[in-house]
Design a protein around this ligand. Structure first.
Ligand code: SAM
Length: 246
């Protein structure tokens, strides 16, 4: 059972409208992003987007949407915030790339069923209040056989433990759950999942479903010296890969 904590979508939008994800790195954002999170490249396989219709949910500053478009995909991107949409449109135009980018809500995607060959979303769906609905929406808009590729946060991870130490233990609330601790990370109400929760949620919609955590720079940072000991098992990123069932 997935524990739910309430936070409004307005609060989430306000948080990301104040500063888009990675905006603080300015012109170096792309370099910093793929340097800090090399998992993105290997998981995405951007070249596989050539000739495909790709939807990105939660474009942020648009780095990945540019990568899909550069690889020859026909791209559509949505984000909850005007700021992300404006930044991504500017970046596409500056690179001479085409793409349809609009404000939209992952929980109610403004597309008919079976509209895309590939749905990509990195670090987004755990931020929206009805994350589980959004994860199923992403599968709904995929064509049969289309690829579902997203990353959400993993609850059994070093980063979640560090959040518990900071927001629970250090504030005299050692009984705080990992779910509540993670709700204080980034935008209000952030969630994190286990692989089995995600499998139960999606297994009727997807085939060839692979769900695996990966140890990240953020785990190593919060648990220096020990994070590597458990390998990827306690990593912060949960990679979800599958194909839409026919
Ligand atoms: C951590 S950023 C990630 C952005 C980008 N994918 C990246 O990796 O840099 C989270 C993004 O999710 C967007 N977001 C949150 N809830 C959303 C929703 N319900 N629908 C669409 N986008 C949403 C936010 O506006 C923000 O741009």
């Amino acid at each position: 059972m997935i524990e739910q904590l309430s936070a409004s979508k307005e609060a989430v939008a306000q948080f990301w409208n104040a500063e888009a994800c990675g905006e603080r790195y300015g012109d170096a954002q792309m370099e910093v992003r793929y340097g800090y999170e090399p998992e993105i490249e290997t998981f995405a396989r951007f070249a596989s987007g050539h000739g495909r219709e790709v939807l990105e949910i939660g474009v942020g500053m648009g780095a990945d949407l540019l990568r899909w478009a550069s690889a020859g995909a026909q791209v559509t991107g949505i984000d909850l915030t005007e700021r992300a949409v404006a930044l991504t449109r500017q970046r596409l135009a500056a690179a001479g790339l085409a793409g349809d980018v609009q404000v939209g809500d992952a929980e109610n995607l403004p597309f008919p069923d079976a509209s895309f060959d590939l749905v990509w979303s990195w670090g987004v769906l755990h931020h929206t209040p009805m994350s589980t609905r959004a994860m199923r929406e992403a599968a709904r808009v995929l064509r049969p056989g289309g690829r579902y590729a997203l990353m959400v946060y993993h609850r059994r991870s070093w980063v979640a433990a560090a959040a518990w130490a900071r927001f629970g233990l250090a504030r005299g609330r050692p009984r705080m759950s990992l779910t509540e601790a993670v709700s204080h990370v980034e935008s209000p109400g952030t969630r994190a999942f286990t692989a089995s929760e995600v499998r139960v949620l999606l297994e009727d919609l997807l085939v060839d479903l692979q769900i695996r955590p990966v140890l990240t720079r953020w785990d190593r940072r919060f648990a220096p010296g020990i994070a590597q000991l458990a390998g990827d098992r306690l990593g912060w990123f949960l990679l979800v890969d599958g194909r839409r069932a026919s």
